[in-house]
Design a protein around this ligand. Structure first.
Ligand code: ADP
Ligand code: ASP
Ligand code: MG
Length: 382
């Protein structure tokens, strides 16, 4: 209630990914979906990604100018992608007769550390967003970016708009945060790859964290971790469907039984021999180092290519398949079933490692899809 006794509208945060704002007609569709929420009585904060493949194109442009562009300039460059989509979406919403104001990450009060290209959000001061909402406008925020205490524009790592949405939802005390994409929620495997996959209507946050950490692109791991830490109610939904549909991610432990299978084929493997790897790995942008383990007596590290400008010398492309299930991690017979299913599908396994609720096999990138289907059929569909 405000001082006049009127009920305050609830705040909701909606995030739209790159494919959802890939062209002008899709931006108009997003505008209409946002207006639906406004008409339902919500105060809406919208976080947008760059249009389609814009971020990759900007990075390529930088590399066509310089083989090793500085990270400060890179951040200023790629932050432009999200600024384009935020302004166009504001215009499209205004055209529907609803006031909308767009803000960069810096204008939204998203304060980060100084680590260019892989910055961490330290604090959010959303005064201007609150003022926009109080005036009855939709606040549109450029995802994936913030500003450091020294006033430099920073970006949060690839896929970072999900993190923007969650930190804003926490700072504004939003009712919930909806991550809208080209799929209608979180599925038991990538629905584009596994025909037998099913949508998880309700997925406890611990399970969502495990899924995101093992490469299910639909949610960024850091965003889900922060939602869990700060008690943000997270939903995953399709941009093409009305608000309120999709998967809900309530707090809680993942079910023990095999719940989902993920594949991640955008990885490289490096052997930790010879060179000064402690220094080399320590210098990587945040989020790039995925895991360190020993195979055949040799220390190895898996790195995420999405957050590396170029693979380190000697790196080989690799992929991981992960079954999200505490039961599989603790029951050798289920692990045997998983390995037998991969073997029957002709997938060669180079190594296995397990922790928490994740059982992971390392395979060749071109076998990731067939391996994901085989594990899903053997462990989730049975
Ligand atoms: P956005 O651009 O909206 O951020 P992303 O491409 O990052 O979208 O993530 C959406 C994609 O994630 C889907 O198109 C789907 O192919 C993929 N994906 C992988 N694993 C899953 C899963 N378990 N559930 C849903 N989608 C998944
Ligand atoms: N545009 C950025 C990327 O492509 C951030 C995002 O989409 O979330 O990684
Ligand atoms: Mg994404």
């Amino acid at each position: 209630m405000d001082r006049s006794g009127a009920a305050q509208p609830r705040v909701v945060v909606q995030k739209y990914g790159g494919s959802s704002v890939a062209d002008v007609s899709r931006i108009r569709e997003v505008a209409a979906r946002v207006v639906q929420s406004v008409q339902a009585g919500d105060s809406v904060v919208v976080v947008v990604s760059a249009m389609g493949n814009t971020t990759n194109e900007l990075l390529e442009l930088a590399r066509s100018v310089s083989p090793n562009p500085g990270r400060r300039e890179l951040d200023l460059l790629v932050s432009v992608g999200e600024r384009v989509s935020m302004t166009l979406l504001a215009m499209a919403i205004q055209d529907l007769g609803v006031p909308a104001v767009s803000f960069t990450g810096s204008q939204s009060g998203i304060i980060t550390d100084e680590r260019h290209v892989a910055a961490r959000v330290l604090e959010v001061r959303p005064h201007r967003l609150r003022a926009a909402l109080d005036s009855g406008a939709v606040a549109i925020v450029a995802g994936f970016q913030g500003v450091s205490r020294s006033g430099e524009v920073t970006t949060l790592g690839r896929g970072g708009s999900d993190t923007t949405a969650v930190v804003l939802a926490a700072a504004l005390g939003a009712h919930h945060c909806e991550i809208c994409s080209d799929v209608d929620g979180v599925w038991s495997a990538d629905p584009r790859v596994v025909p037998g996959a099913r949508r998880l209507d309700e997925l406890p946050l611990d399970g969502a964290v495990a899924l995101a950490q093992s490469g299910a692109k639909v949610l960024l791991a850091e965003a889900v971790e922060r939602a869990r830490e700060w008690g943000v109610e997270l939903h995953a939904a399709a941009t093409a469907r009305p608000p309120g549909s999709g998967s809900r991610l309530p707090p809680g432990p993942a079910p023990a039984a095999p719940m989902a299978v993920t594949a991640d084929a955008e990885l490289v493997l490096v052997a930790l021999e010879g060179a000064d790897w402690r220094a080399a790995l320590g210098a990587l942008p945040g989020g790039a180092l995925r895991s360190v383990f020993v195979e055949s007596g040799v220390g190895k590290a898996i790195l995420d290519m999405r957050n590396l400008a170029a693979p380190p010398p000697g790196a080989e492309p690799t992929a991981t398949l992960t079954v999200v299930s505490r039961q599989v991690v603790s029951e050798p017979l289920l692990q045997l079933e998983a390995l037998a299913a991969l073997d029957a599908a002709g997938v060669e396994v180079f190594g296995v490692y397990a922790a928490g609720e994740r059982w992971t096999a390392r395979v060749a990138p071109d076998q990731a899809a067939v391996g994901q289907r085989a594990l899903h059929a053997a462990l989730v569909e049975r």
